[in-house]
Design a protein around this ligand. Structure first.
Ligand code: MG
Length: 262
């Protein structure tokens, strides 16, 4: 049977202008969170900061209530891969790494962005993991040329991460974004022969590689949200909202074009 063709919602230049504001606002709020990351702060404190930052800008946190997720922010400390629920009981310590995955809705348009940062001084392996994951996202971004296929993007991400001796998580993938947080297509972080769709101007995609030091395998904790590495080793995650334009890809989740805080 022939696979059903995924419906892609192409965005006009005007739509992309609005999405740029949404995604840039997301990045600016993540800047605030990163500035607050320090030993002694809890992940619940960070969630409250994120909610307050949304309120000051008149935007809506995108994740809270989506599929039943209870918080504004997804946190991922050390061996957590994604979707950790902020908690007063998770207090950051020197040497930790934390992934901050966040999204907002602005005038009905979604932005989505994630960064992994160090808490104080971290061991060499952790800082290399974070650097490589960021590079893997950059490699994927560079492959987002109109006319390339989706699998070229996954291949670029995978080559970068595995070339550094790390593994790419298979259980979570990137996605289209627009009037909904998750739209078609899925964007794999590894080469998949069947990801043949060609990128074209007007697509807006979230690339979000999750890279592990050890095994790519993950398991879900009892809260049914928190995904951790199966071997307990560390994982890093970066994400950008990227518009495909006729001239090439543009990162929308860059600070500087967001809604001003009141
Ligand atoms: Mg995402």
């Amino acid at each position: 049977m022939r696979a059903r063709r995924a419906e892609i919602m192409l965005k006009s230049e005007k739509d992309i202008e609005q999405m740029r504001i949404a995604a840039s606002t997301t990045s600016e709020i993540v800047d605030e969170l990163v500035a607050a990351v320090a030993p002694g702060i809890s992940t619940l404190d960070l969630d409250r900061l994120a909610e307050e930052a949304c309120r000051r800008r008149g935007v809506t946190p995108a994740f809270k209530g989506l599929y039943g997720f209870p918080s504004c922010l997804c946190v991922a400390v050390n061996d957590v891969v994604v979707h950790g629920i902020p908690s007063a009981g998770v207090v950051l310590r020197e040497g930790d790494i934390i992934g901050l995955d966040f999204g907002v809705v602005y005038r009905g348009w979604y932005g989505d962005h994630a960064r992994t940062v160090a808490v104080g001084a971290v061991d060499e392996e952790s800082s290399r993991l974070v650097a490589v994951t960021k590079q893997a996202l950059q490699a994927g971004f560079e492959a987002c040329q109109p006319g390339n296929r989706l699998r070229d993007v996954g291949s670029a991400v995978q080559r970068c991460a595995e070339g550094a001796g790390y593994s790419v998580v298979r259980d979570f993938v990137g996605h289209g974004i627009g009037r909904r947080l998750h739209e078609e297509p899925s964007v794999y972080n590894y080469f998949d022969r069947e990801q043949l769709m060609r990128l074209r101007a007007g697509m807006v995609l979230c690339l979000e590689p999750m890279v592990n030091i050890g095994t790519a395998d993950v398991r879900l904790l009892a809260d049914e949200w928190t995904a951790v590495t199966a071997d307990g080793r560390r994982s890093a995650h970066f994400e950008h909202t990227i518009a495909i334009t006729p001239a090439g890809p543009e990162v929308l989740s860059i600070s500087g074009a967001g809604v001003r805080a009141a």
